[in-house]
Design a protein around this ligand. Structure first.
Ligand SMILES: C[S@@+](CC[C@H](N)C(=O)[O-])C[C@H]1O[C@@H](n2cnc3c(N)ncnc32)[C@H](O)[C@@H]1O
Length: 268
């Protein structure tokens, strides 16, 4: 990689770091669609519904840089290098990420790197799985008098030296966990050890907002067993709001576009 540029005004290409939404292709924003139509190069992730790539123009270069569990994938440094090199060639590059790019999406890191090289960028927020996935499962994150707020954590519990304050987390009314399937037994145990009732309702939603949406609900005590067969991506909701699902289920996945079946399709 070349040395970072100091001469900011000289780069003719630019980059849009964009959210593709959580899976339902209709949850992409109008701004993202407009920019996809203009892009010369699109780098997209595993959790972007490939149906969205229909908006790209003929001749655009489409590159699947998704991190597929258990399969060789692009390293983050390589992705950043492509973004930079393509922009330096004068191209308009779209970096398309599932959900919102600034929510557990490394969008911030990529922007920092672009800034270092003096490459102009814009950020297009997306509909995050944090709220969209429970909404499609009929679970409101807040409810007056029951849940006046919610807390979101990553299920990657052992990142560096950081550790969660389980006592504090046990007292929040609604807890949303992303990337938490593997650590669900540990999360459940830690919350119960810190005073959360074992009867607290929990829902695990796999492939939310898509035709493949699958939901299992239970309690802190039994959810790890009940969701043992689930695979990523899944969002976990812990709290009394989960009970509303019994009355608020509205989404019928069978009427929607499949996503899991198309994931391996990589456009070129
Ligand atoms: C690396 S994080 C990216 C989050 C994304 N930037 C967002 O705003 O939704 C990936 C995690 O998001 C959650 N997720 C994303 N799409 C999902 C979906 N369709 N159904 C359930 N969970 C989803 C899962 O917890 C998954 O492991």
């Amino acid at each position: 990689m070349d040395e970072p540029l100091n001469d900011v005004g000289k780069v003719s290409g630019h980059v849009a770091i964009m959210g593709a939404g959580p899976g339902d292709p209709e949850l992409i924003t109008m701004k993202a669609i407009r920019l996809l139509k203009e892009a010369d190069v699109v780098l997209y992730d595993r959790l972007c519904n490939p149906a969205i790539l229909e908006y790209t123009r003929t001749g655009a270069t489409l590159l699947n840089v998704g991190k597929n569990p258990g399969k060789p994938s692009f390293k983050q440094e390589h992705i950043q290098e492509i973004l930079i090199q393509e922009a330096l060639k004068g191209h308009f590059v779209v970096r398309l990420k599932g959900g919102d790019p600034f929510v557990f999406g490394r969008g911030g890191e990529e922007c920092l790197e672009l800034a270092k090289y003096g490459i102009p960028f814009q950020i297009v927020p997306g509909v995050s799985s944090i709220s969209a996935v429970p909404a499609y499962a009929g679970i409101p994150l807040t409810m007056r008098n029951l849940a006046t707020g919610f807390t979101v954590i990553s299920g990657h519990l052992h990142c560096g030296s950081y550790s969660y304050d389980w006592h504090a987390l046990a007292s929040v009314s609604t807890l949303v966990v992303l990337m938490g399937l593997k650590s669900l037994p540990e999360i459940s145990r830690s919350l119960m050890d810190n005073g959360k009732s074992p009867e607290t309702p929990v829902a695990v939603i796999q492939w939310g907002t898509t035709q493949d949406q699958n939901v299992v609900s239970g309690s802190l005590l039994d959810i790890a067993d009940k969701a043992a067969a689930f695979t990523s991506p899944a969002t976990i909701i812990i709290g009394d709001v989960v009970r509303y699902r019994d009355s608020l289920q509205w989404f019928h996945p069978e009427h929607h576009l499949s996503m899991a079946g198309t994931l391996t399709a990589s456009a070129t």
